[in-house]
Write a protein that binds this ligand. Sequence first.
Ligand SMILES: C[S@@+](CC[C@H](N)C(=O)[O-])C[C@H]1O[C@@H](n2cnc3c(N)ncnc32)[C@H](O)[C@@H]1O
Length: 230
Amino acid sequence: MPPILPVCSSQSPTPDDAKFGYFDWLEEDCVKHTGWVAATEFVRRPSMVGSAFPATARMVRHMLAPINWSDIRLFVEYGPGSGRFTFAILERLPGDAKLLAVETGEAFVTKLRQTCQDPRLIPVEGSARDVRRHLRDKGLGQADCILSGLPFSMLDKDEAEMIMFETSMALKPNGLIAAYQMRTAIRPLIDRHFTKVRHGFEWWNIPPCHLYWASGLRNVESLNGERLPR
Ligand SMILES: C[S@@+](CC[C@H](N)C(=O)[O-])C[C@H]1O[C@@H](n2cnc3c(N)ncnc32)[C@H](O)[C@@H]1O
């Protein structure tokens, strides 16, 4: 059985973390306990899930490394899947911060609720497209950081546009979007909404992925033509 995940308030393991086995579990058993749901969900909904393999520990570290964790009060994750990023985010997140995890796959959400009792985690079954509604429903404001693992190259063009627009509206003006993708379909969308974009690449993942970190929100028009002030 995986441990009931404790509350972690800093990046370094504490004696309590060692007692609960949180860090050992993250490194060694997480794939074993959550890999099966990732594989079965991929077989059921290949275009929504994008990959049968959860992100590697190396990609997770690479993606999360540039984030300034002490400044984060509200973090949003799109597509937590089997939770490889979710658990690593909780490991780094300040004790008084929140993590809203938005996932379309019911089986993933159920597994996440079963394996993680951390009160900072708020799992929601639904689409990233409705992120602002999910935030409102949970009484939360704008996010400091949004992490996307969505397979943008497989999304319908309007859906992809709408998700990026809603993301830009759900972020604080100085907020950061961090996104990983096996293809580069997300790049033009990011460029349209953000002024500062950094790109990286991680070979040590199945499949290898492009990584993006972007900030500096622009004023852009939504799909129905309204120009929204920030
Ligand atoms: C490539 S997997 C990433 C899984 C996990 N984050 C990882 O790195 O191992 C993409 C995930 O996004 C979810 N997803 C797809 N479309 C979504 C949407 N519109 N809103 C929220 N989640 C979505 C899928 O169900 C899947 O869990």
